[in-house]
Design a protein around this ligand. Structure first.
Ligand code: ZN
Length: 116
C-alpha cells in the first residue's frame, strides 16, 4: 500500500479520535462484532478500507478497534476484502489503528512496516 502522503491524517502529528471524521462510501460486510467498509477522506478524497472490531470480555467490558488502510485500486480493496480475520489485516502497511477502551486509553496512530 502507498503512504497517503497528501492526506491530513498522514501529515498530522498527533491524531485524536475526532480526526477520524471520514465520509462513508460503502459497506463490505457486517457482523455482530466486526464491520468492514470503505471510507473517503473529506479533504483529499483518499479512500480507506475500514474495519471495526469489537472485543467483549467476560466482564462485558468492550474494547473497540478501528483499522484504516489507504487503498488506491480495486485490486487492493479486493485483496483486503478477501482476508478472513482482523489479524490477517496486520500484514498490510501502512495502517491507521485506533483503539478505544471505554474511553480510558484511547489512541489513534499509524503502524508502519519496520522492514524498509
Ligand atoms: Zn485526506
Amino acid at each position: 500500500m502507498k503512504n497517503p502522503t497528501q492526506c491530513l491524517l498522514w501529515k498530522k502529528a498527533h491524531l485524536s479520535p475526532a480526526d477520524l471524521d471520514l465520509e462513508f462510501v460503502e459497506a463490505i460486510s457486517r457482523g455482530a462484532h466486526i464491520e468492514r467498509g470503505l471510507f473517503r477522506c473529506r479533504e483529499c478524497g483518499q479512500v480507506y478500507f475500514h474495519e471495526w472490531y469489537e472485543h467483549v470480555n467476560f466482564k462485558h467490558d468492550s474494547y473497540m478497534y478501528d483499522t484504516y488502510i489507504p487503498v488506491n485500486s480495486k485490486e487492493e480493496i479486493k485483496e483486503l476484502t478477501e482476508t478472513k480475520s482482523s489479524s490477517e489485516l496486520l500484514q498490510f502497511f501502512p495502517q491507521l489503528h485506533g483503539s478505544f477502551t471505554n474511553g480510558l486509553k484511547d489512541s489513534v496512530q499509524w503502524l508502519e512496516s519496520s522492514e524498509e
